[in-house]
Design a protein around this ligand. Sequence first.
Ligand code: SAH
Ligand code: SF4
Ligand code: F3S
Length: 444
Amino acid sequence: MKPTNPPKTYRVKSFGCQMNVYDGERMGELLTEKGLSPAPEGEDADLVVLNTCHIREKAAEKIYSDIGRLTKGKTQKKAPMIAVAGCVAQAEGEEIMTRAPAVSMVVGPQAYHRLPEMLDKAVKGERATDTDMPAIAKFDSLPQRKRRSPTAFLTVQEGCDKFCTYCVVPYTRGAEISRPFNDLVDEARKLIEVGAREITLLGQNVNAWSGEDTKGHKVGLAGLIHALAKLDGIERIRYTTSHPNDMDDALIAAHGEVEQLMPYLHLPVQSGNDRVLKAMNRSHTAESYLRLLERFREVRPDIALSGDFIVGFPGESEAEFEDTLSLVDEVRYAQAYSFKYSPRPGTPAATMDNAIATEVMDDRLQRLQARLNRDQIAFNEASVGKTCEVLVERKGKLPGQWLGKSPWLQSVWFEGEAEIGEMVRTALIEGRGSSMQGRLLDRV
Ligand code: SAH
Ligand code: SF4
Ligand code: F3S
């Protein structure tokens, strides 16, 4: 590569899960500290960071078309310097360097604190790859967020030791690690200082988080939530994504004890059939999962439930798929995500026999989604008539319209006088598909 002038502006494009969004924000802040500024909307950036996701084939392949469009001037007028970050960088770093000569930097999700040094090299014309996994070093050297926002993500745990047979995360994000309790309380305080009233605790298995509180007592996620709830100015706490096997009594109880802990739980199940769950190495059964949800409903009867599903896992029969439909009928999710199984290189399931034909997967996905949509609509319709607080996150399309979230994570829009970052009380008056209309009652 030829030496170039140092880039003045940057853009970070994040794909995949919320942890990538968190990482993307931190990378932006590192680049800002280095003297670059974010490229204004609609304008060319000198440096583009593609923060990628490897979870399914489509997500992973997307980066090559994105790189193609950037270099051919289709995304912006002038081809930028390109960095590939995130989980594809971790899984296929070398391949990216060979396949995409336009890429200057490849940086894995645990190494991006080194992005500024890599940038210096790239300016000199040297391509650089860093996919080391140095425990949680990245968090120590990251600048804090400066942008004001009423909602914030806070990564508390990273990595996964579960090794579900279909999943790349244990390979791209490494082993489970928890960030120290005090660091998290400090970071939460700083987020509140820049306007956060709602904090979502993130982790690939967020409820596997554990640490020592200020008194040296060992605590789980519930202990952290109790401590964060005591901070001045925090009004809402959420956490995602949980694993059924890491749920403990204290976390379930917290839903009945901590006022700021929102009545929402995202608990992926993947399948409603025990043979399939076993082949997926999920180490829970449909029954144990259902019992767990019941316990949440006991302490918090209005809790909104969400889940993840995979259809067409190798060998999944029609009857086994129907067990998933039955589980959905029993749970009645407020909202859920569903995917067609995608074989991922290096995972045990990728070499399993009895792959399911695409048409069968399409059909199953459609049937599953029809039920999940039915339940989402029903949940929203059942919310009509309720009064709830909405945290205003942004302006709506028309003047005087505002958008925010209900405690149950529904998008709510309403009209009237309000401000971003304000908590308002609304009456929910109509449920439309995935969002709700509210009537402004008062500003709290
Ligand atoms: N740690 C979380 C979620 C990880 S990835 C958990 O275990 O629940 C998010 C979702 O992507 C998974 O819950 C699963 O539904 C889906 N997913 C993961 N690997 C997949 C694959 N190979 N094919 C299709 N969907 C997949
Ligand atoms: Fe992937 Fe399973 Fe770990 Fe979730 S628990 S990240 S699905 S391996
Ligand atoms: Fe994707 Fe990596 Fe998240 S694979 S879902 S970006 S952990």
